[in-house]
Design a protein around this ligand. Structure first.
Ligand SMILES: NC(=O)c1ccc[n+]([C@@H]2O[C@H](COP(=O)([O-])OP(=O)(O)OC[C@H]3O[C@@H](n4cnc5c(N)ncnc54)[C@H](OP(=O)(O)O)[C@@H]3O)[C@@H](O)[C@H]2O)c1
Length: 240
């Protein structure tokens, strides 16, 4: 509850973009999936409950197209406790699921499109073309730079103007790298799971081109929980 209040206070203070919390599970050697880049299902039931709790706190969920392609679905809030809390806070029962993709080449047969959740798409002009017809996405945001990349600051301002005050970012590593580069990550929850995956090509929490150590965002440890063989790390990204 206290963390919730902090998020709200910071959002009110800033007042122009949603706050963000990245939530990822990784192996003890820092991989968020194995080298096949398949869906990562190595977290415990407790880790899944933790993820659902973070999703339940959010107005919107951001997920990269790669993550959607790997899983085919998204995580809905289903626990009665979290659904009641959302109602008490005057939130919609489900946070809006926002898919981020330049190409928007996504299989419309994915189970995601049958899930009872609101769906928005954040994409480019080119990506938007194939989704203009039909009702797969309730809203399509085209917010791009002159070079056809998503303009993240402007996109976040639009999400804020659409009523989203807090976003849960479910990955993957490419999306998180883009958000970090745009200075749009406020907090991270990383679950260290008891296995080793290895592999130079296995995805990590932050992929992209990489960050030189001198410029690396610095973190403040807010909380550590160790349950059974998993460790739940809660970090805040230091600003400036
Ligand atoms: N362990 C965990 O908690 C966890 C969580 C999530 C995902 N994963 C794993 O991570 C892997 C997927 O990772 P990923 O890095 O490939 O996926 P990702 O970040 O989910 O998706 C990459 C795709 O998202 C879109 N995207 C990312 N950044 C963008 C930007 N700046 N602008 C526009 N579009 C952008 C692009 O889509 P287009 O190509 O369509 O343009 C890009 O190809 C899977 O193996 C999955 O299992 C693990």
């Amino acid at each position: 509850m206290e963390a919730d209040l902090n998020i709200k206070a910071e959002a009110d203070e800033r007042g122009d973009r949603p706050t963000t919390t990245v939530i990822l599970a990784m192996s003890a050697d820092g991989k968020i999936a194995d080298r096949s880049r398949a869906a990562a299902r190595f977290g415990s039931a407790l880790d899944k409950a933790h993820l659902e709790q973070q999703v339940a706190k959010a107005d919107g969920v951001l997920l990269g197209a790669g993550t959607l392609r790997a899983y085919g679905t998204t995580l809905r809030v289903v626990q009665p406790e979290w659904l009641v809390q959302r109602q008490q806070r005057d939130k919609a029962l489900q946070p809006v699921q926002i898919v981020c993709s330049r190409s928007a080449v996504i299989n419309p047969q994915l189970s995601f499109f049958q899930q009872p959740v609101p769906r928005w798409l954040l994409t480019t002009t080119i990506g938007s073309r194939q989704w203009q017809e039909g009702e797969a996405f309730e809203r399509i945001f085209v917010v791009e730079t002159a070079t056809g990349e998503i303009a993240w600051q402007a996109a976040f301002e639009q999400l804020w103007a659409s009523g989203l005050k807090h976003l849960a970012v479910l990955g993957g590593g490419a999306l998180v790298a883009s958000l970090l580069e745009a200075n749009l990550v406020d907090e991270l929850w990383l679950t260290v799971c008891p296995l080793l995956l290895g592999g130079v090509d296995a995805p990590t929490p932050v992929d992209g081109a990489g960050i030189m150590a001198a410029l690396a965002p610095r973190l403040q440890l807010l909380e550590v929980r160790s349950i059974s063989d998993e460790v739940f790390l809660h970090y805040k990204v230091k600003k400036g």
